[in-house]
Design a protein around this ligand. Structure first.
Ligand code: BGC
Length: 412
């Protein structure tokens, strides 16, 4: 009985919270069906289904019996287990929500957006009260998003924005700043402002065009480097600069490796010196570093950028094969997501006044991101920071990595 009342109250609260989200400009998310709250009243923790192992792509992880499902059921849809960070994101989100008394369904969709639509549809059929989605392709989830809106299930776009007004809020890092930090690092390391007549040779590898973040990373870096490219201080020997030419489908390491090998054999085999390779993230930097190690004729060390703090890349940083990574603490990203989800389900006011309750530095941004033209998506954006060989200890200090006796870091 009490549960039913709570469910009814949550129903009103959830509709109210949807009204202030991205769908507020008349998106289908403002309908008043109470199907989501029905699901909430019926939510029970399953008898016993604790999973010690990370679930295989598309596997489900349910709340263990000792975690009473008091908060409702949360669908967590991650893109793939083949890129290191999403394993961490999935695990942290799952842990955080379970510890807060929610039941969870966690899926990985093997970088297949059709499968992600399917996975989300299954979560809706399972009666989830809220969806957290890191999209494989931000433009390919309309069917699932429209169904979520019809069922009154609010959606948090996690890390990657989804181009659909059913998204209520966006939690990510400041993506443009990620690229800017990479660009600024290059400017500082090479002291480009005082380069005089010296010319440094640069190549660029960007991310997946289907990922809305990829353009932000690229623009943040290229906007920072552009004055030096225009002045001739930075020279892109291959001439390959526009986003589509340097993009890497699905952020795939082997794809980045192959393109880097082609560039090296076509433009650097004659002994031309390569100074910098701007890579948008660690999975692409891994491929580029491999190509530079095996296929670059020169003996200078090439400055290679990255993003994430993947284990293999941190090893490359220790070994001097990669120069930096932009670290994003995804445990903190999951904590912000939990705080936001709780506030949404409780019908609390959602704006910057929520931030102190997260206990994590982030900005509330209502201008930068749109789910469709003119439809701004309120966003909570965390702060990325630069990691090099010299400050690896900062990662250990997060408690999320351990440094072995060999000096290499492993994620806990
Ligand atoms: C994330 C990056 C990640 C990339 C590939 C992006 O959307 O923001 O952290 O490196 O996807 O997984």
């Amino acid at each position: 009985m009490k549960k039913k009342l709570l469910g009814a109250l949550l129903s009103v609260a959830m509709v109210a919270s949807l009204l202030v989200g991205c769908g507020s400009d008349g998106g289908a998310a403002t309908t008043t069906s109470d199907s989501a709250s029905d699901a909430q009243t019926e939510t029970e923790a399953p008898a016993d289904n604790s999973e010690a192992e990370a679930p295989a792509d598309d596997a489900e992880a349910e709340a263990p019996a000792d975690t009473a499902s008091t908060g409702g059921k949360i669908g967590i849809s991650m893109p793939t287990q083949s890129l290191e960070r999403w394993n961490r994101d999935g695990a942290y989100l799952d842990e955080q929500f379970k510890a807060a008394g929610f039941e969870t369904i966690l899926t990985f969709s093997d970088n297949d957006s059709g499968r992600q639509v399917n996975d989300i549809q299954n979560m809706l059929a399972d009666g989830v009260d809220l969806l957290i989605v890191a999209a494989i392709d931000g433009e390919a989830l309309n069917t699932a998003m429209n169904e979520a809106a019809d069922a009154n299930v609010p959606v948090i776009a996690y890390d990657r924005l989804i181009m659909n007004d059913a998204v209520s809020y966006y939690v990510s890092f400041d993506n443009y700043t990620v690229g800017k930090l990479q660009g600024e690092f290059i400017v500082e390391q090479l002291d480009l402002a005082n380069a005089g007549d010296t010319v440094y040779n640069l190549e660029i590898t960007a991310g997946d065009p289907a990922d809305n973040n990829a353009g932000y990373f690229y623009n943040g870096a290229v906007d920072t480097l552009k004055p030096y490219i225009d002045a001739g201080t930075l020279n892109i020997v291959s001439g390959q600069m526009d986003f589509d030419t340097v993009a890497t489908a699905q952020w795939n390491t082997d794809t980045a490796l192959e393109r880097a090998q082609n560039v090296l054999s076509s433009y650097y085999a004659d002994g031309t010196q390569l100074d910098v390779w701007l890579c948008s993230n660690d999975s692409t930097a891994l491929g580029v570093a491999q190509a530079v190690t095996s296929d670059y004729a020169g003996s200078n060390s090439v400055l290679i950028t990255g993003q994430d703090g993947d284990e293999a890349n941190l090893k490359n940083i220790v070994d001097g094969v990669q120069t930096m990574t932009v670290y994003k603490n995804v445990s903190n990203e999951s904590i912000v997501t939990l705080g936001l989800a709780k506030a949404m389900l409780a019908g609390d006011t959602i704006d910057e006044s929520l931030i102190p309750s997260f206990g994590i530095e982030c900005a509330y941004d209502t201008e930068s991101y749109e789910t469709s033209e003119g439809n701004k998506c309120p966003s909570f954006l965390l702060v990325p920071n630069v990691i090099t060989k010299d400050n690896l200890q900062e990662l250990v200090d997060t408690g999320l990595y351990t440094m072995g006796d060999d000096g290499y870091l492993s994620a806990n």
